[in-house]
Design a protein around this ligand. Sequence first.
Ligand code: SAM
Length: 210
Amino acid sequence: MGAGQWWDAHVVPRLIRCACAAPAIMDLRAEVVPGARGAVFELGCGGGINQRFYDAEAVTSFAGLDPSGKLLDYARDEAVRKGWAADIREGVGEAIPFADASFDTAVCTYTLCSVSDPARVLGELRRVLKPGGRLLFLEHGLAPDAGVERWQHRIEPLWKRLMGGCHLSRPVTASIAAAGFAIDGQHGRYAPKVPRLAGWMEWGSARRAD
Ligand SMILES: C[S@@+](CC[C@H](N)C(=O)[O-])C[C@H]1O[C@@H](n2cnc3c(N)ncnc32)[C@H](O)[C@@H]1O
């Protein structure tokens, strides 16, 4: 195993679990994730951090997908802790292994930054949602300030290599709207105590509108 593969296999999962559990980020998860209802699909469920925020009374089934074996182990542990039967699978958002119109809610947090093809992934999320189904999203992305944006572009090549393919400068809500979702509610701000480069957060709810 080369140094890069070792870093990705052993260091990145721990870095992600730690960075993604910062207090300001947990506060945002608590605003977004409890809104999930019915049959729920979480893309990028690795790490399992969101599971504690789901309202188990409102969720009738839970499925998750992630390509990282190590992060999936954490997610399966969280499912045991939660005490629910979760269908957690290994795979990528570019080819979601569920039938069309399977879910009432799709949840995507801090994942669009890392996928290979965000437009394709959003198309897949739309496909697996029932008509009128909702996508709950919470992502960091392209900052609205030119100075921050400039640094996001400068640092991104190195950041990507160190952080498991995470991009700093991807537009969030705009790409969700471009994929054919109707945006129901949208918020954006810098998270406190998170470096601005990765600190511009956008979150909200979008509907599969046919
Ligand atoms: C920054 S972590 C966030 C994990 C989790 N979503 C959260 O909110 O804590 C990014 C996640 O995206 C996953 N990921 C990377 N490429 C992906 C892809 N093509 N499809 C689905 N998930 C992917 C990673 O394995 C990792 O679990």
